[in-house]
Design a protein around this ligand. Structure first.
Ligand code: GNR
Ligand code: NI
Length: 210
């Protein structure tokens, strides 16, 4: 896609400015244009795609390839729209995820987590109705630790550790699960899980016959 003007495109305002997530706007104009034109809404893989069960690989170095992946994740996440997206959901088995929990349509709070890891989880739990872009139109209450500490690298490769509660804690755990090949339906009753897996398997079979 291309940008009509700085920070905006034809459909929605862009959170990261015309230079993507990662400051590449500071580099040569020609390369920048090529780079921006390269950003893409990618296809979100859905159940029963087996890639959703892969354990993603750690990022060794936050390089231009990772920054491009992060930009694609943001563009795909905002397009969906969703509040979080793990790289494996666009078929890339790397331990990278994006998130934006801002409530208003006109403000964006893009967050990136590379190699995120839960370092501590509270005994206290909380229930939240979860959904997943890889399991569209299915929502179910999931019980998880109410508070977690998460260690991760930012887009500059710098390490951070945060304590999270509420929706941030839920979303971080949901995305870190994706990175480990775990889906939120793994926490619901087997009866409900089997029913939803069957439904998606059947839908995939029918779309194959088209
Ligand atoms: O958009 C999303 N909403 C959501 C709601 C409750 C708990 C977790 C999420 S994450 C989800 C996007 C997604 O599938 N991320 O992996
Ligand atoms: Ni999900």
């Amino acid at each position: 896609m291309r940008f009509a003007a700085a920070g905006t495109n034809s459909e929605h305002s862009y959170p990261l400015g015309p230079r993507g997530a990662t400051g590449l706007g500071r580099i040569d104009r020609g390369l920048r244009t090529a780079y921006i034109a390269d950003m893409a809404v990618r296809e979100i893989i859905k159940l029963p795609d087996k890639r959703l069960r892969l354990k993603s690989e750690p990022v060794k170095r936050v390089d231009a390839g990772i920054r491009k992946l992060v930009d694609d994740l943001f563009e795909t996440m905002y397009d969906a729209p969703g509040i979080g997206l793990a790289a494996i959901q666009i078929g890339v088995a790397k331990r990278v995820m994006t998130m934006d929990l801002s409530k208003k349509d006109d403000t964006h709070e893009p967050q990136v987590f590379i190699n995120p890891e839960v370092t501590w989880a509270s005994a206290e739990t909380a229930k939240y109705e979860e959904g997943c872009l890889s399991i569209p139109e299915f929502y179910e209450e999931v019980e998880r630790p109410a508070k977690v500490k998460v260690k991760y690298l930012d887009i500059d490769g710098k390490e951070h550790e945060i304590e999270a509660t509420g929706l941030l804690a839920t979303c971080l755990q949901h995305e870190i699960d994706h990175i480990n090949g775990v889906l939120f339906i793994d926490y619901i009753s087997k009866l409900k899980r089997d029913r939803i897996v069957k439904k998606f398997a059947k839908a995939a079979k029918h779309s194959m016959a088209d």
